[in-house]
Design a protein around this ligand. Structure first.
Ligand SMILES: NC(=O)c1ccc[n+]([C@@H]2O[C@H](COP(=O)([O-])OP(=O)(O)OC[C@H]3O[C@@H](n4cnc5c(N)ncnc54)[C@H](O)[C@@H]3O)[C@@H](O)[C@H]2O)c1
Length: 360
């Protein structure tokens, strides 16, 4: 099956990670990480309401979700379009687990090995979406951000899954209601919006559409807690809570620069020192990726042309068309308003490639 990325290009090149910025805070928060890993205790794996979990899409997000679900005692089936992709995901998860185990059982090699072995035993992989859902209690879709591709997938899954199976999508910018529209289980459909890197980030946004039943909503909230996440609820509104605030904020910063109200450096400094944000909007834009931000804004603008917050700016379009995408290309907002690199990218990962969740 032909698969497309965010820009309608045949998939293969992973699109960037726009919530990667949170990695920065996470990297600082080693203590929190230890607390999180410690929370994987055998007691937490008992009485799981949604025991059999199918995760479709084994990329950055899907592999992280699968890892966390397996670590917390769920039986996980991970699905992708080819065996080599699944093998890669499996080895990423294994490496990540080794790191977790090293921290968790630093002085006990036997326990460490047991933890990795038992977690991996909970993880199966397949290229068959239909087979993957035969016994699923819940499906979490984490494939490319493309409505058409998601629709095709959910049509197939809807036919193959038992009636009771709950469906969910990890989409960041598409409407859950629209994704669910091709299924016969709109009441058993909701959004589960995880953050990158999934094994580390505590937040889970649970999205409730007008048609999500109380029972489904309660199960999704409970499932989030079983995964060790802090859950918040949001209606099916563009960007949910975090990205709805973050993306227009970055867009307005660019428009402010276009108007000549202040320099990029001053805007970044203002938001850090005046609002206490750890990064200014332009540092954040470079980190998130200008292309990803533009992609989201354009999608929302097309759907809600009357909303000025979703209006993509000419400057953003121009930079993206010139291939200045931020950290991943080494040039972005910092290039148009030169900020010493050690200032612009201070505390950020050394490489310009976003770190996969499992590499943290
Ligand atoms: N990257 C982030 O920071 C982030 C954060 C939250 C939510 N999301 C959302 O999660 C989803 C996945 O994002 P990602 O960053 O993990 O993408 P990714 O490109 O890393 O992974 C997508 C995976 O899906 C697979 N895939 C594509 N079509 C498929 C199909 N029909 N069946 C099975 N597998 C298929 C691809 O082969 C790839 O392995 C998107 O909807 C995105 O909006 C991303």
């Amino acid at each position: 099956m032909e698969v497309f990325d965010d820009f309608g290009r045949p998939c293969g090149k992973r699109f960037s990670v726009y919530v990667n910025c949170r990695q920065k805070f996470v990297q600082k928060s080693v203590v929190d990480r230890f607390r999180f890993y410690r929370s994987f205790s055998s007691s937490s794996v008992m009485n799981l309401a949604l025991k059999n979990v199918t995760v479709v899409g084994s990329g950055l997000m899907g592999s992280g979700i699968a890892q966390v679900a397996a670590q917390t005692g769920h039986n996980v089936t991970l699905v992708d379009v080819s065996e080599p992709i699944l093998e890669k995901a499996h080895s990423r998860i294994q490496k990540s687990l080794e790191r977790v185990a090293k921290k968790k059982f630093s002085d006990n090699a036997q326990e460490s090995e047991k933890f990795i072995k038992e977690t991996l035993q909970k993880l199966k992989t397949t290229t068959s979406p239909s087979d993957s859902v035969k016994e699923a209690d819940i499906v979490i879709e984490a494939i490319v951000e493309n409505m058409k591709v998601k629709h095709e997938l959910f049509k197939t899954l809807d036919k193959a899954a038992p009636k009771s199976t709950i469906f969910s999508s990890n989409t960041s910018s598409l409407s859950i209601t629209e994704i669910a529209s091709v299924t016969q289980r709109k009441d058993r459909f909701g959004g589960l919006h995880f953050f990158n890197p999934v094994p580390v980030m505590k937040l889970l946004e649970v999205i409730r559409t007008e048609e999500t039943s109380d029972d489904t909503y309660n199960k999704l909230m409970n499932f989030g807690k079983e995964l060790g996440k802090t859950t918040i609820t949001c209606k099916d509104t563009p960007g949910f809570v975090v990205n709805r605030l973050l993306v227009p904020y970055m867009g307005e910063a660019v428009r402010m620069l276009e108007r000549g109200d202040a320099t990029a450096r001053d805007i970044d400094t203002a938001m850090k020192l005046g609002a206490g944000y750890p990064m200014g909007p332009f540092e954040l834009l470079d980190y998130v990726g200008l292309d990803t931000t533009l992609f989201i804004l354009e999608g929302w603008h097309e759907k809600y042309p009357e909303n000025p917050l979703f209006q993509p700016s000419e400057m953003l379009k121009k930079l993206v068309s010139e291939g200045k995408l931020g950290m991943k290309t080494g040039e972005g907002m910092a290039a148009i308003s030169p900020v010493p690199r050690q200032h612009a990218y201070r505390d950020m990962p050394k490489t310009f490639a976003p770190l996969p969740a499992t590499e943290i």
